[in-house]
Ligand binder design. Sequence first.
Ligand code: SF4
Length: 371
Amino acid sequence: MPRPLPVVESDVTPVLPALTPEPLRLLTRQADLQYHAIPARGIFNAPSATHMGFWSINPYVGCAFGCTYCYARDTHRYTLERAGRIGTDIAASMPPWLAFERRILVKEHAEARVREALRSSRSPRAGESLVIGSATDPYQPAERRFRVTAGVLRALADADVRGWSIVIITKSPLVTRDIPVLQRLARHNTMGVHISLITVDRELARQLEPRAPTPEARLRGVRRLAEAGLDVSVNCMPVLPGITDEPAMLQALVARIAESGARSFGACALRLRAASRRRYLPMIRAQFPALVTRYESTYRESVYATETYRAGLHQYMGALARKNGLVLREYRRASGYDVTGASDAIRGERVEEDMQDVGVEENSDEQLLLL
Ligand code: SF4
């Protein structure tokens, strides 16, 4: 029996969604997913509340894409704990990591809340940054039906906000549905769409991101955004040590990004915080057992890969960027958009959990069809 890896705590306070303890209301079911409405009281998360250098909006709580390395799971648990009896029932019915993927909370009246906030001081000013999707995917399957993200964008465009730096982060080509409103926002703001893609190997992607759109679908989305004249970038993150970091894999990934019309990409190594460990480490044990020792050694005392690894990765990705005529985006912690720092703002409770198999993966074609 291997020794459990300790959970390493973050040093900052958690991001608590600005929600009231009102009961959740079931909106609909779809296969094994349930969607619940939750009131969105304060739709903009201020930098002072999140300790990040940007404002953020998360139209949903939870994410049906279910990436094994996702750092955002604790936001869902915190919200359930504050959401009355149904939240308590959900929390009791399945492990938190699974509830994050299967019980999606839809922020009701988000568009109206954005319009209200824009009339007050509870929203960004010119020169400030807004990230849409720092702790959920704003174009996950729920968006096809509920259109919360579309409403948020419409409210921003109707208000004719100017001088903002707006970034949308998603894995879904569904974002292309909203190209017209993104183009409106791009007229007077820096408007970027960052498509997340860690590998072009379809089967590997399915293992790691069970319900997310295929790499090909995401690259098609990148091309459509670029052809629409939008600034589109790719987030090659997290790079998973021993899994997605083979030179040949990274070369193929960056080459495909260049072909797709993106101008830049970002890359950083996996950070393994408490919220990610409870889902990711059992997956490593079940599907990549040869890597258990390596992960134990690398992440036992730290949430970060080693400095040597990170420096080598940065150097290698920089070389690939130059070779393919792309820009490697740099990340800053103190100001501006730094999505890699988003996980720093989510603190998980201490758990002494072994890397036991908790039955993590389901990779059926039916799940892909849900996308
Ligand atoms: S798409 Fe993003 S928010 Fe959704 S599970 Fe994956 S990493 Fe988490």
